[in-house]
Design a protein around this ligand. Sequence first.
Ligand SMILES: C[S@@+](CC[C@H](N)C(=O)[O-])C[C@H]1O[C@@H](n2cnc3c(N)ncnc32)[C@H](O)[C@@H]1O
Length: 221
Amino acid sequence: MLDSRLSAVADLVRSGTRFADVGTDHAYLPAFLLMGGKIEYAVCSDLRKGPLKNAEETVKKYGVADKVNLRLSDGLDAYSDGEVNEIAIAGMGGLLISEFIERTTWLKNTDIHLILQPMTHAEDLRKTLYENGFYIEKEVAVKDGDKLYIILSVYYSGIAETRTVPECVIGEIYKNSDPDSKEYLKALLKKYSIKYEMLKNAGKDYNESELVVKELEKWLK
Ligand SMILES: C[S@@+](CC[C@H](N)C(=O)[O-])C[C@H]1O[C@@H](n2cnc3c(N)ncnc32)[C@H](O)[C@@H]1O
């Protein structure tokens, strides 16, 4: 029922939590979790009515509609504090996810677990998280077809930090030794090596890209 990307997100969900799927679209993730009994209740929200209609069809098809609350919501705007404590935000850009986190002040709660799967700008998302007192407990890289995805498991610590550019680009993935994580680091090395060469050749400041490349080379030795 789930592809390997959403399966990896599902694996990170804590059992028995009050779960929210933000930007749910087809609601495959909550339907899977409800059917397997990992959670007993889910709020499935989306910005638009069309995706919520998809979600409604899925939860009816799999017989879990009575355990789901379908809701129109821009990010977490239509949620209230204390309602959920396990939140997945998958398949959206890292900048958009960063905006949700910055404006949803009740997320600053040590009981809340965020499972974030940015499609782009993971480095900006990490920067936002670190600067707002969240810590990344771990990251998972997962391959689906020929695409590589990154998933962040995040809690609030209250310790706001300014991290370096290499730290924001690499995150916690260097701690993993599985093939998908290694491939993720190699893809980053390729991207930042090209960026470094281009900046250097154009006579622009290449210091940050060079630092990222050096750090990645260290972890890929
Ligand atoms: C690519 S789908 C991802 C669906 C599912 N979460 C997944 O990972 O497979 C992105 C969904 O996010 C929704 N979305 C986009 N902007 C949003 C926002 N500001 N607030 C809530 N949902 C949003 C879209 O309507 C769409 O249904």
